[in-house]
Design a protein around this ligand. Structure first.
Ligand SMILES: Cc1cc2nc3c(=O)[nH]c(=O)nc-3n(C[C@H](O)[C@H](O)[C@H](O)COP(=O)(O)O)c2cc1C
Length: 176
C-alpha cells in the first residue's frame, strides 16, 4: 500500500541528501560558512558542482559578488557544529568562533577550507540559474583536497570520513 504525500511533504519520498558546509568571503576577505543540503556534482569534464542557495541568505551575496566558494564535507562527529552554521547567520555572528571551526588557506580561491571537514572542493562560479526560491550556483572545480586517512585504495573510506546525510535536520552517517 502506498501513502500519498502533500505537496509540501514530497521530500519524504526523496533520498536522504548529503550535507555540506560551504565557505565564502566578503569583499574584505572576511569568511563565512553556510550549511547546505542542496549540493550535487553536475559535470565530469570540466569538473563542475552545483549548490542551491536562497537569496535570503547572507552567504548569497558573498558567493554572487566574489564568485568563489569551497564545498567542505563534514563527518558526523561535527554535526553539531554544522547545525550551528545552518541556523545562525554570518550577518550577526562569526560562525568560526561560535561553532569552533578553523579556517585554513585554500590552494586557488580566497574562501578558506574548514580544517575539521575531511574533504574540500574549491570552486569558481561559472553560471547561475534561478529555480523558484533558490539560486543554483554552478562552480567549476579548480582544486580539491582530502584528509589522507579518509582515502582507502583511492576511494572514500566511509569508516574514517563518516559523511553526513540529512533529512529534515535529522543527521545520519553512511555505512556499506
Ligand atoms: C541541514 C541544513 C540544510 C540546509 N540547506 C540549505 C540549502 O541547501 N540552501 C539554503 O539556502 N539554505 C540551507 N540551509 C539554511 C542555511 O544554512 C541557514 O539559513 C544559514 O543560517 C544561512 O547562513 P548565512 O545567513 O550566514 O548565509 C540549511 C540549513 C540546515 C540546518
Amino acid at each position: 500500500m502506498k501513502t500519498s504525500l502533500s505537496r509540501d511533504g514530497y521530500s519524504q519520498a526523496g533520498p536522504i541528501a548529503p550535507t555540506v558546509m560551504v565557505s565564502c568571503v566578503d569583499s574584505a576577505g572576511k569568511a563565512n560558512i553556510i550549511t547546505l543540503g542542496m549540493y550535487m556534482p553536475i559535470s565530469h569534464d570540466p569538473p563542475q558542482v552545483v549548490i542551491g542557495v536562497s537569496p535570503k541568505r547572507y552567504s548569497y551575496d558573498l558567493i554572487m559578488k566574489q564568485g568563489e566558494f569551497v564545498v567542505n564535507s563534514p563527518g558526523i562527529g561535527i554535526a553539531e557544529k554544522m547545525h550551528i552554521c545552518g541556523i545562525k547567520s554570518g550577518k550577526d555572528t562569526d560562525k568560526w568562533t561560535e561553532a569552533g571551526l578553523t579556517p585554513v588557506p585554500a590552494q586557488k580561491v580566497r574562501p578558506p577550507l574548514i580544517e575539521e571537514c575531511y574533504g574540500h572542493i574549491e570552486c569558481e562560479v561559472v553560471n547561475m540559474v534561478t529555480c523558484g526560491d533558490h539560486t543554483l550556483f554552478v562552480g567549476e572545480v579548480v582544486a580539491a583536497s582530502i584528509n589522507a586517512e579518509c582515502l582507502k585504495d583511492g576511494k572514500l573510506n566511509l569508516e574514517k570520513a563518516k559523511p553526513i546525510a540529512q533529512k529534515n535536520w535529522d543527521y545520519y552517517t553512511l555505512t556499506k
